[in-house]
Design a protein. Structure first.
Length: 119
């Protein structure tokens, strides 16, 4: 049973399933973006709370709420962006694969035609 849990943690998916968690760049970039968005939200929230005259606990409370909100918003934004990136990568890969197959088919037809005329 421990092996199944490790397989789930490793991001293994059934064949034909695409996952953002299994994408190596997305796996690193999403937490980094969330952290940056949370920190930026905290700093902006603290600045705005200080500017309006709040101090101490009220300032900290508002900054924390802004940071949490920015963290969640950054997470949604990062997931949405990486979905688009992964789909674009898949489409590029599909097009390259199709071009390679067409080139290979063309070479096979030319070779067969040469062999037919020579033989």
């Amino acid at each position: 049973m421990a092996k199944k849990d490790k397989a789930k943690d490793a991001g293994e998916q059934p064949a034909g399933t695409i996952s953002i968690a299994a994408h190596p760049r997305a796996r690193r970039a999403i937490p980094r973006f969330r952290a940056a968005a949370g920190l930026a939200g905290f700093l902006v929230g603290a600045f705005l709370a200080h500017r309006t005259g709040y101090g101490g606990a009220d300032l900290l409370w508002r900054a924390l709420l802004a940071g949490i909100g920015a963290n969640l918003g950054g997470w949604v934004l990062a997931i949405t962006w990486w979905r688009g990136v992964i789909l674009a990568e898949l489409e590029t890969h599909r097009q390259r694969h199709q071009e390679t197959r067409e080139a290979a088919d063309r070479v096979l037809r030319e070779t067969a035609a040469r062999q037919a005329t020579a033989g």
